[in-house]
Design a protein around this ligand. Structure first.
Ligand SMILES: Nc1ncnc2c1ncn2[C@@H]1O[C@H](COP(=O)(O)OP(=O)(O)OP(=O)(O)O)[C@@H](O)[C@H]1O
Length: 254
């Protein structure tokens, strides 16, 4: 998607020896990975590979057992989700987690308001905030639905609303959990266009995606997880052409 010439100074998130078990299940098993600035890293792997758990550990929805996570060199091991958001790490969820009884516009506003104290906001800050909301509404095609309750949106619109909630912020790292699943081809195109534009502007994306057409078209780098272990982390062509990995991915392992 972009030029992938990077160096160690481009590392936003540095993950070392990360582990998380649920009872006897090792959901994330000794994973070490760097998320580099300005590129799209895609997490692929079969169901139950540990992809969502990996996101949950980064954003503090879950606490790791062992290992370390550093953001711009600083340890963020015990971070809470709201603290991750303040640092510029935002995510979407498979189940979207929208505020169903709030309008589209209100849903977007809730994602920016925690970043500033409403009582201290100047007129200029309020204008800038509204500009961000308008931008997110326009990019996601939701402008004419701004007063619609999230609950009354169609499936694809709900997915775009969860993207809009990130688009309106100035987050540096977007963690997207299957944002394109279930979308029609036209919505795919809109979704890919949103990502391309924002990555070009400098946003870093880590995305969990099952649709291989989308994976191929957006990824600068692919990390392949299976049963909690990181089996490969490299350029898309190498990872996707590895016969052992494709056998695992398509459930054909011996
Ligand atoms: N809160 C939890 N309690 C118990 N087990 C869990 C919990 N969350 C995840 N697991 C288990 O951890 C493993 C990894 O799950 P995870 O949801 O991270 O995988 P995934 O790669 O995101 O899967 P999918 O592609 O199906 O979403 C699975 O075996 C899952 O059942």
């Amino acid at each position: 998607m972009t030029d992938t010439h990077t160096s160690s100074s481009d590392v936003l998130l540095e993950i070392r020896g990360l582990n998380k078990s649920f009872g006897g299940v090792k959901a994330v098993d000794e994973v070490s990975m760097d998320l580099r600035a300005g590129i799209v890293t895609t997490l692929v792997g079969p169901n139950g590979a540990g992809k969502t758990t990996f996101f949950n550990l980064i954003t503090g929805e879950l606490t790791k057992d062992t290992g370390s996570i550093r953001w711009l060199g600083q340890k963020i091991d015990r971070i809470k989700p709201y603290q991750a958001a303040r640092k510029g790490i935002l995510r979407t969820f498979q189940d979207l987690r929208l505020f169903n009884d709030m309008t589209v516009e209100e849903n977007i506003l809730t994602s920016i308001e925690p970043m500033s104290f409403p009582t201290f906001r100047t007129r200029a800050q309020r204008a800038e905030q509204q500009e961000r909301v308008e931008y997110a509404l326009e990019r996601t095609g939701l402008a004419d639905k701004r007063h619609t309750l999230a609950n009354d949106l169609a499936y694809a619109e709900r997915k775009f609303l969860s993207m809009a909630r990130i688009l309106a912020t100035d987050a540096r790292l977007w963690l997207l959990d299957e944002p394109a699943s279930g979308l029609d081809p036209q919505s795919y195109d809109r979704f890919l266009d949103i990502l391309r534009v924002e990555v070009k502007k400098g946003v870093t994306v880590c995305i969990i995606e099952h649709n291989l057409d989308i994976v191929i078209s957006i990824s600068d780098r692919i990390a392949f997880l299976d049963r909690g272990r990181l089996l490969a982390d490299g350029d898309p062509e190498t990872v996707l052409n590895d016969p052992e990995l494709t056998a695992i991915y398509f459930g054909e392992r011996a």
